[in-house]
Design a protein around this ligand. Sequence first.
Ligand code: ATP
Ligand code: LTN
Length: 328
Amino acid sequence: MKRCLSGIKPTGMLTLGNYIGAIRQFVTLQDEYEMFIFIANLHAITVAQDPKELKTNTKNLIALYLACGLDPEKVTLFLQSDVKEHAELGWILTCHSYMGELSRMTQYKDKIAKGETNITAGLFTYPALMAGDIILYDADVVPVGIDQKQHVELCRDIVERFNNAHGDTFTSPQPMTPKVGAKIMDLQDPTKKMSKSEDNPKGTIALLDEPSVARKKIKSAITDSIGIVQYDIENQPGIANLLTIHSCLSGQSIEDIVQQFEGKGYGDFKGVVAQGVFDFLTDLQAKHNEILTSKIIEKTLEEGAAKATLVARNKMYKVKKKLGLQVF
Ligand code: ATP
Ligand code: LTN
């Protein structure tokens, strides 16, 4: 069985973008692949985190993974910091990455362009840690939203470099992005990605938003004055975004939705999208609350860490031997 791996940072509230771009794919892939899904908490601390909030976000994230349909019987679900080999391989790969390639990563470049000054060395080198997360398990595919594709491509370069220098050691992973929904946009600025660390909550739908609040956010999403429900990213990015959201949540194709709203106005369309989001969140949150009050989170993380550690430890032994770190 081929292997599939991905992770999400426990920073802030998960958004509809995280669900549509990432988690939804994890759920459909769990029957086809041997899956490793983790909470990227070592990535979260590349920017300052309040420890209390980090703990809450971590619990919410694992509960949401389960509520969205990940089955711990099929998927190894774990916390990154529980498997020490991530930090260990991350360091080794930092020593196989070049300053030049790391400084070309858009997330870092964007922060520099915005004039941010408190950028940690961890934030700069995090693509090397991410490469380690992936190849520690010899993952064949990595389902991610479009913004993360570049990091998986860097991972492939690092694998090639490492394998050339030390002999065949790691599998080169393929990034996998969904055909529809790889980049859900902010509702108030549809030229910008919907993001969980966004300051303006009006543009973002958190998976734990009160469903009626989420409904209002969809209804007040920025659109245009063209007035025709059609998929035109250039001229109608707001409507295109709502079409994408509705298609992903309802399972209907964008073409079918466009046909359904022929001759109708934005008010009707937004009402239907908003109701779809309302229903989706209501159902998801009921499951989430049930999971939070059970003991399943603890058990899942404990079992996941044990299973992941077995694979990771075995791989690290081989890597250390290749590098001459393992003497006996
Ligand atoms: P942050 O704002 O803290 O950087 P984020 O919302 O971008 O967080 P991540 O933890 O970086 O979320 O991403 C987790 C996964 O969700 C990644 O695979 C990422 O590509 C995907 N993702 C994040 N935002 C979106 C979005 N708006 N549309 C589609 N996929 C997304
Ligand atoms: N860097 C990613 C989260 C992440 C990840 C990974 C995704 C960390 N390690 C390995 C896929 C595979 C992010 O910021 N969203």
